[in-house]
Design a protein around this ligand. Structure first.
Ligand code: NAD
Length: 518
């Protein structure tokens, strides 16, 4: 993300901020922040545009996504350049995290939404089933607000937006003020794809703009960001009785079992902890390794980490820290760990050879749960490794956290990996890989404990952007209800006999579960 400098503006004029690239420390431009009035106007326009958008078929909406896909493929270098100016990291990471993931999302939802959201006929069991049929329809909620963070500003805005759009909603995206251009290009992309006016709008702004978006009367908020802001969003949405999904911070554990392939596990620890310079919501934040193989594993991790290259241009492996505030958190966590007895095996300081915000890839051992680096989100290129007696202790330590976003387990025994995964209190878990659930739309994505509320992606995500409306239709034109009055003692006795028949013996209980053909 870019470093923000507020710019003095006279009263009555829109606020402006200056943006500086954290890698080069050079200016990358200025933006004007949307006022609350701008947000209200945009929500009105989105609401007007929504019925016509919802009236299109899934296939017609999908065609816009496929056109956007074509534009994204053709102009991917231009998009990557923009994203990397404000989130400097290796180009490969942007190709994977932004372009590949967005292409898959555009294509997947264009193709799959009709299957997930077409009206369903359901059989009813028992008495109701004799007289009623059930249809379930998926109605778009209306106008959806997407509020996104700086650490994955493109994909974390476009992916929920695609799902909300395909479900028939219009969408307003409020990207982080630290990464506005990565949000703005989503507007450019859909404009180039010919999306009708008002169907998707990007509102550049800060927290005031985000607050205004909730106040302006949207029908759902999809928020990705910190726990502290997530709590405020939850309160603001509760006051307006609108649903929200909150994708929040994490302290993702990695468990290395005694039978793990140590080369793969060491590679997984390094990639999991250092991707996006550790500023990755599902990145590995703490590693628990079984004592019997700990020395070998630690050596393999250190060997890999100490060979990594940091830089701004050309080929390098680990990018910049996005904000000075984030750099302070990383330095505080490492200093706290060292003060409490942790040992630095490599790294452990700002990179003195680069002028931007760079922290050296770092491996820490002898860490404990009294240290910030093991219990608070560090969001930096740090691999803290803790020895544990056995896998049982690893599970206990993994669950000893206020967070529960993602986790990963490494073992040669897939069954054991699955059994351990099922005992980790975390939104999602990978066995012998890390952080890939976000990219698998078949896997609902969301946090547990303080890592969030709700899930999105895939069928779950699409349905989350809908009101799921059951419609019960009487098979006999309403005769039964029409004849229910007057009540009488005879009817009461008859109904009680019927209750006794249905659930008082096994034949009745069988009948109570029968389902007639639709
Ligand atoms: P943040 O909470 O500071 O800001 C996120 C967004 O909320 C920004 O667009 C910001 O302008 C807006 N905002 C701030 N205050 C607001 C308010 N009161 N009302 C409405 N909008 C408001 O988060 P950040 O620092 O940009 O992002 C980093 C955090 O995001 C980390 O904790 C990281 O773990 C988390 N994250 C989580 C996931 C996930 O999927 N669970 C993914 C990426 C990042």
């Amino acid at each position: 993300m870019a470093i923000i400098t507020p710019i003095e503006t006279p009263p009555g004029v829109r606020k402006r901020i200056g943006l500086t690239c954290p890698a080069t420390l050079e200016s990358i431009g200025e933006i004007e922040l949307c006022t609350a009035e701008d947000v209200y106007t945009a929500v009105d326009i989105a609401r007007e545009a929504q019925p016509a958008w919802a009236a299109l078929s899934f296939e017609e909406r999908g065609k816009y996504m496929l056109r956007a896909l074509k534009v994204l493929i053709e102009r991917q270098d231009e998009f990557i350049d923009t994203i990397l100016r404000e989130t400097p990291r290796p180009r490969m990471e942007s190709i994977q995290m932004d372009i590949f993931a967005a292409c898959d999302s555009l294509h997947y939802y264009a193709r799959k939404t009709a299957r997930f959201l077409r009206p369903e006929k359901k059989k009813l069991h028992g008495v109701l089933g004799f007289s009623k049929t059930l249809r379930i329809v998926y109605r778009p909620l209306g106008v959806v607000g997407v509020i996104s963070p700086w650490n994955g500003p493109f994909i974390l805005s476009i992916n929920p937006a695609i799902q909300a759009l395909m479900a028939g909603n219009t969408v307003l995206i409020k990207p982080s003020s630290a990464t506005p251009y990565s949000g703005k290009i989503i507007g450019d992309l859909f404009e180039a794809a010919g999306l009708p006016k008002g169907v998707l709008t990007v509102l550049l702004g800060d927290c005031i703009t985000g607050e205004a978006l909730i106040e302006a009367g949207v029908d759902k908020i999809t928020f990705t960001g910190s726990v502290a802001t997530g709590r405020k969003i939850a309160v603001a949405c509760a006051e307006r009785l609108i649903p929200c999904t909150l994708e929040l911070g994490g302290k993702d554990p990695m468990i290395v079992c005694g039978d793990a392939d140590l080369d793969y596990a060491a590679g997984g620890a390094v990639a999991g902890s250092l991707m996006n310079a550790g500023q990755y919501c599902c990145g590995t934040e703490r590693v628990y390794v079984v004592d019997s193989i700990a020395d070998e594993f630690i050596q393999k991790v250190v060997d890999r980490v100490s060979k990594l290259r940091q830089g701004t241009e050309g080929e390098f492996d680990v990018g910049a820290i996005i904000t000075p505030q984030q750099m302070e958190i990383i330095e505080e966590h490492v200093a706290d760990a060292i003060a409490k007895g942790a040992k630095v095996l490599t790294g452990g300081r700002r990179n003195p050879n680069l002028k931007g915000l760079y922290y050296e890839p770092t491996v820490l051992i002898d860490v404990t749960h009294d240290m910030l680096v093991m219990c608070e989100e560090t969001f930096g290129p740090i691999v803290p490794i803790m020895r544990v007696r056995d896998e049982e202790e690893a599970i206990t330590m993994a669950n000893d956290s206020q967070y529960g976003l993602a986790a990963n387990v490494w073992t040669r025994n897939k069954r054991k990996g699955y059994d351990i995964a099922r005992r980790i209190d975390s939104g999602s878990v990978c066995v012998n890989d890390m952080a890939i659930t976000y990219g698998a739309p078949e896997a609902p994505f969301g946090g547990w404990k303080n890592s969030g509320i709700g899930q999105y992606n895939g069928e779950t995500g699409l349905k989350g952007y809908c009101h799921v409306q059951p419609i019960l239709i009487d098979r006999f034109g309403g005769k039964q209800t029409a004849n229910s009055y007057p009540y009488s003692t005879k009817k009461e006795i008859g109904f009680q006999k019927f209750v006794r028949f249905l659930w008082g013996n096994w034949i009745g209980r069988r009948i109570s579960m029968l389902r007639l053909p639709i």
